[in-house]
Design a binder for this molecule. Structure first.
Ligand code: CU1
Ligand code: CU1
Ligand code: CU1
Ligand code: CU1
Length: 635
């Protein structure tokens, strides 16, 4: 019997090879100013601005493939003053780590005028994904798109598929916002406040539906900062997939979706067409350090049954507290809780200032600082030293994992903000998540000898939120050799250094032909002036000599705290401008420090100043962040 079975299997695999398609795309990334009709690009309808598009078009195309297909995407950097890169968010990239995208981690950045070929198969993955630049801030400037892997064996019935992206929008460019954000004039690390929130890359969108139909809506938060709530008037969401993982059906009327997360939901329309309905989105205001008066927190979009009838009015709800908690979703695969961990990585999340006065983000007191050689290229060139964490640098938060180990990542959040964490190259089981702890209490840390009962079939996904001052435990199996970044997907926090990198089974990568870097990749490194070998300091002679590596700024002297920085800022600006100026989004929420410094400096806090030293006329509502209690204070 053995012979016929083998030949049957080989026919099957032969069939799947000939059925698998190769998709070849040629894209040039560059700033786009106009729509095809000649009008200016104007995502929120009130402020035209160029966005980064592909082939002179923005928004970027939705890329569609089927399970098992190959992708060959030739990305040319058409921008003349900056590097770029492309990440397919959620792809495991087995054997193709160099196609993952993050610059200086798995690849050299693509300099202006050069072309990098992203060439990989999607293997067994299916569902809702997206792609975006993995070069600082660029996807916030528009370089983001939807990536769908269709499945002929989709487990649920539906009639039609629809895509919905959510994100926030800034009128200013990332390279204007970033230096102001990472500045000693913003010592609390307050994130820039978006100007608007987009629904399919625009506002006040409409969705024409047919009665008595089931839609599969793929919802993708392609934003760089805020989570959003979603709800509809008199309709429900039935969740069937999260981050590419099918789940047992669960119905809710209120979704909460962080940046980079995806939810595929079924929506069944009504039989009657005598009314149109509202489809609402709302920003999670706990994530904003202040809320300008003119910021529209609710977006009203329209489900249109009948075009001859009026659109619906905004549909407001009393509370957003009862949103669906994804922790209780069960994968359809019924994958059981993995065995106990072989290796536990415990990381404390903290935001703090360094000696340059800038507010950084830390895992265990280390803020991620880019190496001089992409970590993958270090792993491939380091020989037997590749299993020594040292060669990857002392400031990169590198952890070496052994083949097939079960890994726990325990995160303790010492910060008062929420953080959506994302792991490249894997999905993880979310085995414990503690509720948020209010600002006026101390943070709680995970206790391995006194933890909650873990689910039998834990929820699985690739991006998950960590609650303020609370903890989270993730579990996965190290069965995908590669260099995988694990980071907060709030782009501002990644800029602040909130990342670790996992070095998974580097020796097997050295011995795997498909992991060796392509000639094209070598050329890109040469053009951009980055070495293809060497440790994090670029030393390819002695891998254990890290002298000259990039390191974070020195710590502040003991006793010199945010208070000192604030005072320094006050005095610098006062000296330069003869005025006391603070960034409009810079001085909120430093727990009394502001008041204390103001008292010392005899400053009137009833007046708000913007960065130009002018008194701001905006009334500012100060949110008591993370508690949700809107202790609003009007100035
Ligand atoms: Cu990713
Ligand atoms: Cu991503
Ligand atoms: Cu974060
Ligand atoms: Cu990433």
């Amino acid at each position: 019997m053995k012979g016929p079975i083998i030949s049957f299997l080989s026919i099957l695999s032969f069939l799947s090879i000939i059925l698998a398609e190769t998709h070849t795309w040629y894209y040039t990334a560059d700033w786009v100013e106009k729509n095809p009709d000649g009008s200016l690009i104007n995502p929120d309808g009130i402020f035209p601005r160029p966005m980064i598009g592909f082939n002179d078009t923005w928004p970027l195309p939705t890329l569609r493939v089927k399970k098992g297909d190959r992708i060959q995407l030739y990305l040319t950097n058409g921008m003349n003053d900056r590097n770029t890169s492309l990440h397919f968010h959620g792809m495991f990239q087995p054997g193709s780590n160099q196609m993952d995208g993050p610059e200086m981690i798995t690849q050299c950045p693509i300099p202006p005028g050069e072309t990098f070929l992203y060439n990989f198969t999607v293997d067994q993955q299916v569902g809702s994904y997206w792609y975006h630049s993995h070069t600082s801030g660029q996807y916030g400037d528009g370089m983001r798109g939807v990536f769908i892997i269709e499945d002929d064996d989709f487990p649920y019935e539906y009639d039609e598929e629809v895509i919905l992206t959510l994100n926030e929008h800034y009128h200013e460019f990332s390279d204007e916002l970033k230096p102001k954000f990472l500045s000693r004039f913003n010592p609390t690390g307050a994130e820039p406040i978006p100007d608007n929130f987009l629904f399919n890359e625009t506002r006040n969108n409409t969705w024409k539906v047919e009665p008595n139909k089931t839609y599969l809506l793929r919802i993708i938060n392609t934003g760089r900062f805020v989570s959003q709530y979603l709800w509809m008037e008199d309709h429900d969401f039935t969740i069937v997939e999260i981050d590419g993982i099918y789940v047992e059906k669960n119905t809710t009327d209120l979704l909460y979706i962080t940046v980079a997360q995806r939810y595929a939901v079924l929506i069944t329309t009504k039989n009657e067409t005598d009314k149109n309905y509202a489809f609402m989105n709302r920003v999670d205001i706990d994530m904003l350090d202040l809320i300008p008066d003119n910021l529209e927190l609710n977006g009203t979009n329209h489900i249109i049954y009948n075009e001859s009838l009026d659109k619906a009015e905004p549909y407001l709800i009393e509370s957003i507290d009862d949103y669906f908690d994804d922790f209780w979703l069960k994968p359809l695969s019924k994958e059981k809780l993995l065995d106990d961990a072989d290796y536990t990585i415990t990381i404390d999340v903290q935001m703090d200032n360094l000696g340059d006065g800038v507010n950084y983000a830390f895992f265990n007191n280390v803020t991620y600082t880019m190496p001089k050689v992409p970590t993958l290229l270090t792993a491939l060139s380091a020989g037997e030293h590749a299993t020594n964490e040292l060669v990857y640098g002392t400031n990169t938060n590198s952890f070496v994992l052994e083949k097939d180990e079960v890994i726990d990542i325990v995160m303790n959040n010492l910060d008062t903000g929420k953080h959506p964490f994302h792991l490249h190259g894997h999905v993880f089981q979310v085995i414990e998540r503690h509720e948020a702890i209010d600002d006026d209490e101390d943070p709680v840390a995970y206790n391995a000898s006194d933890h909650a009962e873990w689910p039998e079939y834990p929820m699985i996904r690739d991006t998950v939120y960590l609650q303020p001052q609370s903890y989270l435990v993730l579990r996965f199996k190290a069965n995908n050799p590669g260099i995988w970044l694990f980071h907060c997907h709030i782009e501002w926090h990644l800029d602040q250094g909130l990342a670790i990198q996992l070095i998974e089974d580097p020796i097997s990568m050295q011995n795997n032909e498909t992991q060796q870097i392509t000639d094209n990749h070598k050329q890109i490194c040469e053009k951009v002036g980055v070495s293809v070998e060497g440790n994090a300091a670029g030393n390819s002679v002695n891998y254990l000599d890290l002298s000259g590596e990039n390191i974070q700024h020195k710590r502040l002297p003991t006793g010199f705290t945010a208070r000192g920085i604030v005072a320094l800022v006050f005095s610098c600006i006062a000296g330069v401008l003869g005025l006391i100026a603070i960034s409009i989004y810079g001085m909120q929420d430093i727990n009394n420090v502001e008041e204390r410094v103001a008292r010392d400096l005899d400053v009137d806090l009833d007046e708000q100043y913007n960065e130009d030293g002018e008194i701001s006329s905006n009334d500012i509502i100060r949110e008591n962040s993370s508690t949700g209690n809107s202790s609003t204070q009007k100035h």
